[in-house]
Design a protein around this ligand. Structure first.
Ligand SMILES: Cc1cc2nc3c(=O)[nH]c(=O)nc-3n(C[C@H](O)[C@H](O)[C@H](O)COP(=O)(O)O)c2cc1C
Length: 370
């Protein structure tokens, strides 16, 4: 069943105008409550699946030993406390990343902490790693099975108490240990732009010490490192060099940008927003350039998950052909609606056929290696 045109109209003309006049964080909270309720009802899940989900054999891949039904994942930060894991497969996602989860529960930064940039098609995010903490979230997930692969994003608690390097490492290690046997992969988020003490583990020496500690914690799951878009090629090269000496299987490229001096942001739009990292279209090119570089520099050594400004099948295909095996999004779904996931998957099948690929994995890196 193919209702995408009607769904685009319904979201764009009916729902989005309602959402976009309300406070963004309140809308986010309501969507989480609604999604969790749909997830608890078999009938509602099947209805969502009928409306949104799209499957095709060309979209399936095995990456780092994990079977993905399609390459479109929910990025970290939307389902912070793992409340949507029953509904996300019905929305059509091929995988989901919860968190970021920290060692201690964390209320996050002061409100307001989320703003829309409608002209620039982005968000300003200053949540500051709000989450219920690794113990509560691990308890919610423990012993459960998931319909699609689950990634757990871990970060350092946003607090004065984790500012010393040893304390920060201990905090990451606590969250890493809590999820060592939960889910399918772990992402170590070293690039949250909104936490106390900045991003200390973007520094190669501290990153090396952090990964030394995490290497010691037994787990069978692949480990990914989530990097900033703001340190350029040299910052990425440094992260790749350190990662190559540790149990790191891939990179998530990238997190939010702090760069406000870009023509991707409409003039004056930021005046109405507070401080924070920026998502959506302003990150798109920054992340795509780094994806292509990581693919060229590290070849097949690292799997790449591409994220930043994906609003269409063409945007997703751009990141895939530059070298991302999988992609993730949040902001595109907020601007376009939940039907975007199926629409992207349908479009990816079409783009693969156009370019003579019988499966999405053949498209991965095809543009970078030409
Ligand atoms: C509301 C919001 C909260 C976010 N929180 C996190 C987070 O907790 N951890 C993380 O690694 N990234 C977080 N991010 C960054 C996203 O995972 C992603 O890297 C970024 O938004 C770019 O993707 P997009 O343009 O599709 O939104 C957040 C993004 C948004 C919009």
């Amino acid at each position: 069943m193919h209702l995408t045109g009607t769904q685009n109209w319904a979201y764009g003309k009916l729902m989005k105008p309602l959402f976009f006049v309300a406070d963004p964080e309140k809308v986010h909270d309501r969507i989480i409550r609604l999604g969790a309720a749909i997830g608890r009802s078999g009938v509602a899940r099947r209805a969502a699946s009928w409306l949104f989900s799209y499957q095709h054999p060309a979209l399936q891949q095995t990456v780092n030993g994990i079977r993905f039904p399609n390459p479109i994942g929910l990025a970290a930060g939307f389902d912070k406390n793992a409340e949507l894991i029953d509904v996300l497969p019905s929305v059509g996602f091929g995988f989901m990343e919860i968190g970021s989860v920290t060692g201690e529960p964390c209320a996050g930064n002061a409100k307001p902490r989320l703003w829309r940039l409608p002209e620039s098609r982005g968000l300003v995010v200053n949540y500051g790693l709000k989450n219920e903490g690794c113990d509560a979230i691990a308890a919610r997930l423990s012993g459960r099975s998931y319909k699609i692969p689950l990634g757990t994003s871990i970060a350092k608690t946003n607090s004065e108490k984790t500012v010393r390097t040893e304390d920060g490492i201990a905090d990451y290690a606590r969250a890493f240990r809590a999820f060592a046997e939960i889910g399918d992969y772990t992402t170590v988020n070293i690039s949250c732009p909104n936490a106390f003490g900045g991003e200390p583990f973007s520094d190669p020496v501290r990153l090396n010490a952090l990964l030394d500690a995490l290497d010691e914690i037994p787990t069978n799951k692949p480990v990914f490192l989530k990097v900033t878009p703001d340190s350029g090629i040299s910052g990425l090269d440094a992260a790749l060099e350190v990662a190559s000496r540790h149990r790191v299987h891939g990179l998530v490229i990238s997190n939010l940008t702090k760069n406000r001096d870009t023509d991707r942001i409409a003039a004056d739009e930021l005046k109405r927003a507070g401080s924070g990292g920026i998502s959506g279209k302003p990150v798109e090119t920054l992340s795509s350039v780094l994806i292509a570089h990581a693919r060229k520099a590290a070849g097949g050594r690292f799997t790449i998950i591409g994220v930043g400004g994906i609003f269409s099948a063409e945007d997703a295909y751009e990141k895939i052909t530059r070298g991302a095996s999988l992609v993730q999004l949040i902001t595109g779904m907020i601007y376009q609606g939940p039907q975007l996931i199926g629409e992207i998957n349908r479009g990816l099948v079409r783009l693969c056929e156009r370019d003579g690929f019988s499966s999405i994995s053949q498209a991965v890196g095809s543009r970078t290696s030409r």
